[in-house]
Structures are given as C-alpha cells and as structure tokens.
Ligand binder design. Structure first.
Ligand SMILES: [Ca+2]
Ligand SMILES: [Ca+2]
Ligand SMILES: [Ca+2]
Ligand SMILES: [Ca+2]
Length: 410
C-alpha cells in the first residue's frame, strides 16, 4: 500500500481553507460549520470514486463516524474521525474539536491518497481531490496481460492511467502500469506474460508479487501454464498474500484452475466442488447477444446513474436505463465463459455484482446467469467477468466499461 505525503498539495489545501471562510454563505452543510468536505476522483479528474474510506488518523477523545453512507470499510488504523464517499465521490467529515496540521487519508481497494492539511478554520471544502496516477503518488502497482479479445488497458487509460488515441485505444508507452504480452501483440520491449512467474529482479520471489493488481485479459496464449502446478501455486499464493487478480471471459481458467472451490462454472458437472473443472468447458455462451443486466450492488448502481456512458456508436446514453433500472451489456464473444454461481459452501464469500438473462450451450438454453463475481482469498481478492470491453473503437465508455472501471476500485 502506498502512503505518500503531498506537502505541495497540503500547502494548496491550507490556502483553500484560509480563504473559504469568506465563501461559506451558501449551504452550511457543504462548506461551513465544522465539516471538512471534498470530492474524491480518479486520475482522469472526472470519475468519482464511490465507497472510499476517508479518515484523519490518530487517537482522540473518541473516534467519530460522520458519514454520507456506511458503505465503506473502516480505516485500517486508529482514527479520530472517518467517513465514506458517496456514489458521487463526495465526503463530509465532522472535524468538531480537531484543528491544526492533520493528515487526511483516502482509501479504496488497493488505492490510497494521503494529504497534509492545515485545519485552521472551523471547516471547509477541499474541492476535488484527484487520485495520483503513479504508484509513487498513491496508485497501486498494476500489471495488465494483453489478450486477443479484451482490452482492460483501455479501461485503465480512460481512468487516467494512460492516454488514449482517437479510437479509444491506449497509446502505447503512456501507460502508468506494466503491460505483459499475452498474445504476441506487443513489441519485444514488453515482457511476455510467463516472465511474471520468474524472479527477474532477484528478490527471491516471483515478480507477480511486485503488483497490487494483475489483470488477465480474455484470449491469452498462456493457458498451458495452468498445467504446471508450480505456476498455479504462485498465483494462489499471490492472492493469498494480498494480491488482486482480475480476469475476463475465456481466461476464466486462471480463476477456476487456481481457485476451484469458489465458483461453479457451467458444465463439468461431475467434478467435485473443490477440484478444478475441465478446462475451457464453460466456454459455451451464445455470441453477439445483448443482455439487460441487473446491478446487484447498490453503490455501483447509484454510481452508474451519475457517470456518463455511450453506445457502440459513441452516442451519449444513460448507463442505467431510467425506465427499467437495468444496464445494457453487449460484446459477448461466441463461446464466452458462463458461470452458474458460487459453489454452495462458498455462497457467503462469492459476491455477484451483475447478472442477466443470457443464452448458452448446445442446444441453446437460456436463463439468468451471474456475469460478474468476486471472492476474497487470504488477504487478496479475485474478480471475474464474463463480458468484454473491446467491443468498439470509441472514446467514450460503454456501460460495461464503466462497470469494470468501478470494479478497478473494489
Ligand atoms: Ca522477484
Ligand atoms: Ca480458457
Ligand atoms: Ca469450480
Ligand atoms: Ca461446473
């Protein structure tokens, strides 16, 4: 976890605080009184970070929860006060009795931002607080493995972790994360995916352990690695020790072969719960379908109502259909990987974020299936999604790209 101190930002905040007292004639709940307010956004300067924990560390008379919402984790250390950001990224911290130089920390998932501020007036609005885009400024260290059928690197770039070209693709070389070549698509200056299992930097641990989050895009050439039990063990230990593994669609084998006990994928019905199902057997979804999906997480749904989305022609649309409350998801590959749900004994641990009516199998069957699921393992987390981001060359964000953006911070 990164924990950087921004003295430059602190000076700016002090300046904002010192002049804000003259401007608080409006809504006292937003700026005046004894509240510290602000809005936490991604490095793109726009996308709100919902459900983040905001706190002032230390010990005082008694810690205070002053929250817009209780939908966030408690601070990972002792604190004087804490709050959660709402779906729009705003927070409101009760700073009654706190003054002088303090540290303010904002954390969501593997991301953390630290500011030094001077509470020299009763309360104030810090305005927009933008998450740093580099590991040296609060971002997690991320690796993205390229694949033939998905481009999570573009979703990250659109969050501000890189620049995009006029087709909405990451401009190679601008990424603030490490790219690994999973499909012979990058020039030789980029390492191949399998090298992440080696100890290239000589710290006696496989280099995957250098990362807070590893994304494996759909369609790599490296599923053969999963028949090597030492590689499976490296992946399992990486998550056990706090790593996050985000996997899309056909790469589901990087979930099922490594963590078989959590998700029941489609078919391989005679495989015992704790054993890996037959590789690739769940890849039986019908292609080119669109589903009207239900968002099962309330904070995600509220966030989706706030952010902007486009359709595949790059025209603005509501991310959540205002009349149905559902989200259109398209871009399913023929033979996408289908989940049935959690294995019964893991029902309390597997979280379903998105589900929808879909078609799958031969002959074609239909039903409601989970489309995005996650589970904790050790100190880390695993996320799997059945759908894609690479459907169209657009500079805006499809609803499913927004969903994946949200989950980058889960
Ligand atoms: Ca190493
Ligand atoms: Ca596969
Ligand atoms: Ca399984
Ligand atoms: Ca199964």
């Amino acid at each position: 976890m990164k924990n950087l101190q921004f003295f430059g930002m602190g000076a700016l905040c002090a300046l904002v605080l010192s002049c804000s007292g003259n401007q608080s004639g409006g809504d006292p709940g937003q700026g005046g009184g004894n509240f510290l307010t602000g809005t936490f956004v991604a490095p793109d300067g726009q996308t709100p970070i919902a459900g983040a924990t905001v706190w002032i560390p230390g010990s005082g008379p008694s810690p205070v929860l002053s929250s817009l919402s209780s939908d966030c984790e408690s601070p990972p250390e002792s604190y004087r006060v804490f709050a959660c950001t709402g779906p729009d990224g705003t927070f409101r911290l009760n700073i009654q009795g706190i003054s002088g130089a303090v540290t303010l920390k904002l954390k969501k998932g593997a991301f953390m931002q630290t500011l030094n501020i001077d509470l020299n007036s009763g309360g104030s609005d810090l305005g927009q607080i933008t998450l740093g885009q580099d590991p040296s400024t609060g971002a997690p260290k991320m690796a993205v493995v390229t694949g033939n059928y998905d481009r999570m690197q573009d979703v990250l770039a659109k969050l501000g972790f890189g620049e995009i070209d006029s087709f909405g693709n990451l401009r190679l070389g601008t990424e603030r994360f490490d790219l690994y070549d999973g499909n012979s698509s990058l020039d030789p200056s980029y390492p191949d995916f399998d090298t992440i299992f080696n100890d290239g930097d000589g710290d006696s641990k496989p280099d995957i352990n250098n990362y807070d989050i590893v994304f494996i895009n759909c369609g790599t050439n490296y599923e053969f690695l999963l028949s090597d039990s030492s590689k499976v063990q490296i992946l399992r230990e990486y998550v056990q020790n706090g790593g996050r593994l985000y996997v899309t669609d056909l790469s589901y084998d990087f979930v099922e072969q490594v963590f078989p006990e959590f998700i029941d994928f489609y078919l391989s019905d005679s495989t015992p719960e704790a054993d890996p199902e037959t590789m690739n057997e769940a890849q039986q979804g019908s292609g080119s379908i669109t589903t009207e999906a239900d968002i099962k997480d309330n904070m995600m749904k509220e966030w989706l109502k706030i952010v902007s989305c486009v359709d595949t022609m790059d025209n603005p649309v509501d991310c959540v259909n205002p009349s149905t409350g559902k989200v259109d998801i398209e871009g399913f590959l023929p033979g996408w990987a289908v989940m049935n749900g959690s294995h019964p004994s893991k029902a309390s641990e597997v979280k379903i974020w998105v589900e929808g009516p879909v078609e799958f199998g031969y002959p074609i069957d239909s039903g409601i299936k989970p489309l995005t699921a996650s589970f904790p393992f050790g100190s880390g987390k695993v996320l799997f999604t059945s759908y894609h981001t690479e459907a169209a060359n657009i500079t805006g964000l499809l609803p499913q790209e927004r969903i994946l953006q949200y989950l980058v911070f889960f």
